[in-house]
Design a protein around this ligand. Structure first.
Ligand SMILES: [Zn+2]
Length: 216
């Protein structure tokens, strides 16, 4: 029902939030959202909107910085942090010192074998439909709640980490993260994060964006 309202563009952001709360109160866990629903004028007035151009620019600069490291001095791992308050700001932090192996430490090559064992691939293949907390209309990503109750945006397809992911998919993931943060704005507690490599704290080697939104 919610997605029908959203598709028709009849649901304003404030109403959408109410609907989300209502759905959660009713214990209906899955919400389907469209990416084309933002009422940009309304959100710009609220000062909460992040434009497609800003998302694009953030990712270009992060990829450039990553490539510079990889070219000159490859690191064991990298943590990406994107803060939205007081200003939109992205940062790439290297972890664990200089890398001697070819692959980013702890990140396996994409093989059928490694994907068979991958927890997030299993979610994708088995039952994204029933498993996901939020499922985006374009069907390329889904959202789950981690053990620490943080919402994670995960691509259905397997990519090891942010920088081994095609740029267009990086854009989709980050857009969806911002959508989740807007939907749950009162529950946003931390910046957006991507941990790339075990040295940077990655434990499941299937890309997942940490939204910074914690829910019960
Ligand atoms: Zn996977």
């Amino acid at each position: 029902m919610l997605d029908n309202y959203v598709k028709q563009g009849k649901l304003k952001m404030t109403h959408k939030k109410l609907m989300v709360s209502l759905f959660m109160m009713l214990n209906i866990h899955q919400i389907i959202v469209s990416q084309d629903t933002k009422n940009v004028d309304e959100q710009q007035q609220e000062g909460s909107v992040v434009t497609d151009e800003q998302i694009h620019d953030i990712l270009v600069s992060l990829n450039n910085e990553f490539n510079q490291y990889e070219h000159a001095s490859p690191q064991e791992g990298y943590c990406v942090t994107i803060e939205t308050s007081p200003v939109l700001k992205a940062k790439l932090t290297p972890y664990g010192g200089k890398r001697s192996t070819k692959l980013l430490s702890g990140v396996s090559a994409q093989t059928t074998e490694s994907m068979k064992k991958c927890r997030f691939c299993k979610n994708s293949h088995n039952s994204v439909q029933s498993f996901a907390l939020i499922k985006f209309e374009n069907d390329t990503t889904y959202v789950i709640k981690s053990l620490s109750h943080q919402l994670l945006v995960i691509p259905v397809e397997h990519y090891d980490h942010l920088f081994s992911t095609p740029f267009e998919m990086q854009v989709t993931i980050l857009k969806n993260i911002f959508t989740v943060r807007q939907m749950y704005s009162k529950d946003v507690q931390r910046p957006i994060e991507f941990h790339c490599g075990s040295a940077a704290g990655q434990t499941v080697f299937h890309l997942h964006g940490r939204t910074g939104v914690y829910i019960q």
